[in-house]
Design a protein around this ligand. Structure first.
Ligand SMILES: C[S@@+](CC[C@H](N)C(=O)[O-])C[C@H]1O[C@@H](n2cnc3c(N)ncnc32)[C@H](O)[C@@H]1O
Length: 233
C-alpha cells in the first residue's frame, strides 16, 4: 500500500512538542532574512531536490531533527561532494543553522522546516535519499509516550520507500530500549540489512559531540548506533 494511504501514520501522535525555547536576535534575523536562500519552501508538488541544488548530481543525505545543527554543519562543511538536507521543526535551531550556512557560504546544505512525517508522506518522491540520519531522536522514555517515538515500525516502512536501493539509515540514541526497538524492527523486515559499524560512511565518522549528547553522558547514558541498508524486499 502506498505510504500516503497508511492510516496508522495519519493517526500517529506527533513525535515532538514544539519547545518554546529562547530565540536569539541573530536567530530571529536569520529566520527573517535567510530562509529564501537556504531553505526549500514547500508547495503543492513534490520537492524537486535537483532544482534546489541547481542540478548538482551529488548524493543526497537527510539529517532529520538536527536540533542546533552541530553535526549537520560539521558534515556539510567537510564533505562538499555530498548534498545535505536538514529537516527540523524547532525555529531557534533552524535560525542557527541558517546563520552558519550563510557564514560558511555552504551551497551543499538546504533546510526544510517541516514535520518529517508530513514531508515524507506528501512531498518526497520514493527513492530520493541516499542516506537518512537520526541523531538522538526524542526518546519519549515514559511508557505512556512510547507511541510518540519517531522511529516506529510504520515510520521505518515510510523510510524504506524514500531511500534508494542500497541507501543507508543511521540512528544514534542514548536510550537502550529505543535502540532495541529499532534493532528489532529492522531485524524483522527482510528489506533492511544490518551493517557493521565499521562500514560507516566517512561523513558519519568523528561527528562532534552535541549539546544533547553531552547531557546524556553527564546523566550516565551510553550512546549506541545502528546502521542499516535498504535491499530489495
Ligand atoms: C533530542 S533532539 C536531538 C537534536 C540533534 N540531532 C542532536 O543530536 O543534538 C531531537 C530533535 O528532533 C526534532 N524532531 C522531533 N520530531 C521531529 C519531526 N517529526 N520532524 C522534524 N524534526 C523533529 C526536535 O525538534 C529536536 O530538535
Amino acid at each position: 500500500m502506498p505510504s500516503s494511504l497508511r492510516p496508522e501514520l495519519k493517526n500517529a501522535k506527533k513525535s515532538f512538542v514544539l519547545r518554546k525555547g529562547r530565540t536569539t536576535s541573530a536567530q530571529r534575523r536569520a529566520l527573517k532574512y535567510l530562509k529564501k536562500q537556504h531553505t526549500i519552501q514547500l508547495g503543492e508538488d513534490k520537492v524537486d531536490f535537483s532544482a534546489a541544488f541547481e542540478g548538482s548530481p551529488k548524493k543526497l543525505i537527510a539529517d532529520v531533527g538536527f536540533g542546533s545543527g552541530e553535526s549537520l554543519l560539521y558534515m556539510a562543511d567537510r564533505f562538499n561532494e555530498v548534498n545535505f538536507v536538514g529537516i527540523e521543526v524547532y525555529p531557534p535551531g533552524i535560525g542557527s543553522a541558517l546563520n552558519q550556512i550563510e557564514q560558511n557560504k555552504l551551497t551543499n546544505l538546504k533546510i526544510i522546516e517541516s514535520d518529517v512525517f508530513d514531508l515524507l508522506e506528501t512531498k518526497v518522491t520514493n527513492e530520493t535519499f541516499d542516506a537518512m540520519i537520526f541523531l538522538y531522536p526524542d526518546p519519549w522514555p515514559k511508557r505512556k509516550h512510547l507511541k510518540r517515538r519517531l522511529l516506529s515500525e510504520d515510520f521505518l516502512n515510510l523510510l524504506y520507500d524514500k531511500v534508494v536501493i542500497g541507501g543507508l539509515v543511521f540512528c544514534k540514541t542514548d536510550w537502550g530500549d529505543y535502540y532495541t526497538q529499532v534493532k528489532e524492527a529492522v531485524a524483522s523486515d527482510n528489506g533492511w540489512l544490518r551493517e557493521d559499524l565499521t562500514n560507516l560512511p566517512e561523513y558519519l565518522k568523528s561527528l562532534p559531540q552535541t549539546k544533547y549528547e553531552r547531557k546524556a553522558l553527564i546523566e550516565g547514558r551510553e550512546s549506541r548506533e545502528l546502521l542499516f541498508r535498504k535491499t530489495p524486499r
